[in-house]
Design a protein around this ligand. Structure first.
Ligand code: ATP
Length: 575
């Protein structure tokens, strides 16, 4: 895991090395401050030696300034290195997620990927910053303070030999009890992110179905559960402060008690006793710091594992080594294809599909919801790979194609495809960034988007809001069809993508596609028979199998399911 994460340090390696060096120098300088103060008291103040006080006082000022500058430098360098490392890691993770197939995304779930990209990376940033600064400072400070304390008085320093292990043990118990709770918090963040994501995406549905209260309740539930676990963890961690205070007071008391005796006995001087208080503070605070860092690092270990898990994940769909870079035509062949999503053991979503479509044909697919229509077409541009069997496009197995070539040639328009923030023209050019204005216009005309776009005050320069919320459902569908057409695909798949378009316009779009995209194989998935009845062939899907293939008239004659759907829809239209 560490090796995987460390790859993202890159240009921040130098800063990551510089930070501990600055910290170590700071500690080395700082450690002499109590020592100098002791000398000022014992050899300067007590002996009324003004010259000595001035000399050591000046040195003390210089040392303090140097230590402050080193401290500030270490803090700046470590925060730069931490933020830079986190930025690299975030970019690497994001870029890696872009290579994922749908199967990979299904495996992690989108909300969990969002948590990993945000909260988990923030944790790693914090832990890394601590690692290259405080994790160096705390043990060094502790070790040097103990050495200096022994140097001042071996007898008094024995107090720390007793106190430090007891404090260490107490802090370990506290941290061990809080750690599992902190871990749990991050899993709860996944749930919170899922609720937010669903709500933001489906805000229209939430409003139409008046589900606001329900959504607020769901959010409050997720938020409360984070709060309750977090506050339990914090309750345990809050024991740190009184524990520390207790040990600090105990140290002051013991140092004063035994120190006073040593002063009376003449083996310790006042200044040395004062420096012992300072070293005692340093030792105990450093130990507390160390405990806090260990907690943070332990917590972020879980984050690190979650990030590394994604970085280690190999895309289930990869480019072949010697890919085919041209699709000769839009013919499609399914040979004994079966498919199921992640869960092994479940009945396949597609079962032994055999199918042959000639280039330029228009094919309709109809069937009950969940019968596998979308799954069938998603195998053509390799959004998923079949579990068994082979699929050919243009006479070549889809697995042999360069992925970009294949997906550029197989354009798929879904029912709820999204538009992105930007102008209409920019959105359409997602299909082909080099498309000329004439090509944009031509594609829009075929998709019957041109009429309404021309009526907008800014025409093709009209800004689309995020998700395309400022255009109607039918307009959005027409724009997404135009966007797909700009790819000049050999195969065009319309998956229920004219459901929000009125029947007359839909008919015009189909006719335009037939006349102007005659060489493109078009697959139309629709619940409406009227949308597919003119197709060269209609596939009737039933429970993951192809129940029948034929023309409208043939199917009316021989297929009961098709006949029933047709009758039902004709009666409904009549009403
Ligand atoms: N990403 C997924 N992970 C797991 N199962 C899925 C996934 N997508 C679809 N399914 C399941 O696969 C089956 C077929 O779904 P599919 O979307 O292909 O049907 P469909 O005929 O297109 O339905 P509809 O007309 O409602 O769009 C369904 O049982 C569905 O629950």
């Amino acid at each position: 895991m560490i090796k995987t994460l460390m790859k993202s340090i890159r240009q921040y390696k130098k800063m990551s090395i510089l930070s501990p060096i600055l910290v170590a120098s700071e500690v080395l300088v700082e450690i002499f401050i109590p020592f100098l103060m002791a000398n000022i008291i014992d050899s300067g103040i007590m002996k009324q030696n003004l010259d000595y006080i001035l000399r050591l006082g000046s040195l003390l000022i210089v040392i303090t300034i140097v230590s402050l500058v080193l401290g500030a430098g270490a803090s700046w360098v470590s925060s730069q290195a931490g933020a830079g490392f986190a930025a690299n890691l975030r970019q690497d993770l994001f870029a890696h997620i872009q290579t994922f197939s749908f199967t990979n995304i299904d495996k992690f779930s989108t909300s969990s990927l969002v948590t990993r990209l945000t909260t988990d990376i923030a944790n790693i940033q914090m832990a890394y910053q601590m690692l290259i600064r405080i994790a160096v400072r705390a043990p060094l400070m502790m070790i040097f303070s103990v050495i200096m304390a022994f140097n001042v008085s071996g007898e008094l320093a024995l107090i720390f030999v007793v106190l430090v292990p007891v404090l260490a043990l107490t802090l370990t118990v506290i941290i061990k009890s809080a750690y599992p709770l902190f871990n749990l918090v991050f899993r709860r963040y996944d749930v919170l992110n899922r609720v937010v994501r669903e709500n933001v995406r489906g805000i229209r549905e939430v409003k139409t179905y008046v589900q606001e209260d329900n959504e607020i309740e769901k959010f409050e539930g997720a938020s409360e559960s984070i709060f309750s676990v977090f506050s339990k963890a914090q309750k345990i961690v809050s024991l740190n402060a009184p524990t520390m205070q207790f040990f600090l007071n105990a140290a002051v008391l013991l140092v004063s008690w035994f120190g006073a005796k040593l002063i009376v006995g003449g083996s310790l001087q006042t200044g040395e006793l004062v420096s012992m208080y300072a070293y005692s503070n340093s030792i105990l605070f450093s130990l507390n710091m160390l405990a806090m860092i260990i907690t943070q690092i332990a917590i972020s270990q879980a984050s690190g594992r979650r990030i590394a898990e994604v970085l280690h994940e190999k895309s289930t769909i990869e480019n072949p080594t010697k890919p085919v870079t041209e699709v000769s035509d839009g013919s499609i062949k399914f040979d004994h294809v079966s498919f199921h999503y992640l869960k092994e053991g479940k009945a396949p979503v597609l079962d032994d599909i055999n199918l042959s479509i000639k280039a330029g044909e228009v094919i309709g697919i109809i069937g009950e919801t969940g019968s596998g229509k979308s799954s069938l077409v998603s195998l053509i541009p390799r959004l998923y790979d079949p579990t068994q069997g082979t699929i050919e496009v243009g006479g070549c197995n889809v697995l042999t194609y360069d992925l970009k070539t294949l997906r550029d040639n197989v354009a798929m328009v879904l029912q709820n495809n999204v538009l992105f923030s930007g102008t209409i023209a920019e959105n359409l050019r997602w299909g082909n960034e080099n498309a000329t204005d004439e090509e944009v216009l031509a594609a829009s005309k075929v998709a019957h988007a041109d009429d309404f776009v021309q009526e907008l005050p800014d025409g093709y320069n009209t800004m689309i809001e995020q998700g395309g919320n400022n255009v109607s459902g039918g307009q959005k569908q027409r724009l997404t069809i135009a966007r797909a057409l700009l790819k000049k695909p050999k195969i065009l798949i319309l998956d229920d993508s004219t459901s929000a378009v009125d029947t007359a316009t839909e008919k015009d779009i189909r006719e335009a596609l037939r006349t102007q995209m005659a060489e493109t194989t078009t697959i139309i998935i629709s619940q409406r028979i009227v949308s597919i009845k003119d197709a060269d062939g209609i596939i009737v899907m039933n429970h993951g199998k192809i129940e029948d293939i034929g023309t409208h008239d043939e199917l009316i004659e021989r297929n009961a399911l098709y006949h029933d759907i047709n009758q039902y829809q004709t009666e409904k239209d009549g009403e």
